[in-house]
Design a protein around this ligand. Structure first.
Ligand code: PLP
Length: 359
């Protein structure tokens, strides 16, 4: 039986990537020992990291005045690293809170410095994205932080908030490279690898050069973007294996036809699921239709008991990890880049069957 893994992260990886990693694990071609055994200063590892970086630059069209860094600590470390580096003395930043991770980012940033709440969707249980008019942005802020896709609630920004000359910082952990991206709109982008990019352990950070001098000299070196940029992501031992998997995933994305193609595919996949939600009274989506996520489709059934039964019976059919996050309940189908369209179609037929027998 084919297993379709709807996990929210770590999440489905392309089968080709796993197969290549398995084939080459014991002995890297042309080297003869495992990548796991090699110095991060050795030529093959340095070249592997450089080519992962170059492939990311090519895939996303990253301008030359941006650094591409592979850090550790997950997206969660960025919640505090961003303010430690980007807040200026006596300065403040604006945060937009649209979900759980956005809220965690706000809480950690407040421990570091002066943060304003510039918008929140908490009143409607994060079922939407604020409009530009609803935002209360301060032109004097050091930066604006937002969360591109709300993994737990299943909402997504269709376009970035407009912040004028104030640098935009995006946590794109759960929708990075799922469609074309205009990096030049951002001052900084960060994403944990384990949703759309690969295996847990590496955090991708893309930062505009002019922001690097903001890193205070007094910062411990491991927390400084400037130090990591100068060290070309190898200030200390980087998460070599995780970067390697990320590199394979980025090559795979390019082979699929790049971000335009991924954008179309991800739209198609999400539409199949949302069309099913919209055509049924039995299932109800959490997010308002205009702000639905293409990555995490969240919905409810008439009772919590039916939701548990749905997830349990789906697992028997090979549709696993459909239970929603504990903070919102219900069902969540995460369908990131590597999740196949066939799996979405299988879920929709299961939904129809479940509604017929339990509706
Ligand atoms: C998963 C997730 C995080 C947390 O990532 P870690 O790598 O586990 O720290 C942060 N932000 C968003 C949007 C996420 O989806």
């Amino acid at each position: 039986m084919t297993i379709y893994n709807f996990a929210a992260g770590p999440a489905t990886l392309p089968a080709e990537v796993l197969q290549e990693a398995q084939r080459d694990l014991v002995s890297l071609p042309g080297v003869g020992i495992s990548l796991l055994e090699m110095s991060h200063r050795s030529k093959p590892v340095v070249e592997m990291i450089e080519s992962a970086e170059q492939d990311i630059r090519d895939l996303a069209g990253i301008p030359d005045n941006y650094q591409v860094l592979f850090l550790q600590g997950g997206a969660s470390l960025q919640f505090s690293m961003v303010p430690m580096n980007l807040l200026t003395p006596n300065g403040h930043a604006d945060h937009i809170v649209t979900g759980n991770f956005a809220n965690l980012a706000l809480k950690d940033a407040k421990k570091v410095g002066n943060i304003r709440l510039a918008g929140s969707t908490e009143d409607s249980n994060h079922d939407c994205i604020p409009s530009q008019e609803q935002l209360d942005l301060d032109l004097a802020a050091d930066y604006v932080h937002f969360t591109g896709n709300n993994t737990i609630y299943g909402t997504e920004w269709a376009t970035e908030p407009a912040t004028g000359d104030v640098p935009l910082v995006g946590d794109l952990s759960s929708n990075i490279f799922s469609k074309p991206i205009d990096v030049s709109k951002y001052g900084l982008i960060y994403a944990g690898a384990q949703k759309n990019l690969g295996a847990a352990g590496a955090t991708l950070v893309i930062i505009r050069d002019d922001l690097l001098p903001r890193s205070p000299e007094s910062l411990p070196s491991m927390l400084s973007y400037n130090v990591h940029a100068k060290g070309k992501s190898a200030h200390n031992t980087p998460p070599v294996f995780s970067i390697y998997i990320l590199g394979l995933v980025v090559k795979w994305l390019a082979n699929q036809g790049g971000l335009e193609c991924m954008g179309r595919l991800n739209n198609d996949k999400a539409k199949i699921l949302y069309d099913q939600l919209d055509s049924s009274e039995f299932f109800s989506g959490h997010a308002v239709p205009e702000h639905r996520s293409r990555m995490n489709v969240t919905f409810r059934l008439p009772t919590p008991e039916l939701e548990t039964q749905f997830a349990t019976e789906a697992a028997f059919e090979g549709l696993v990890e459909l239970k929603g996050h504990r903070s919102v309940g219900g069902i969540r189908a995460s369908v990131y880049n590597a999740f196949p369209k066939e799996g979405v179609e299988a879920l929709v037929s299961f939904m129809k069957q479940f509604e017929r027998t339990h509706g």
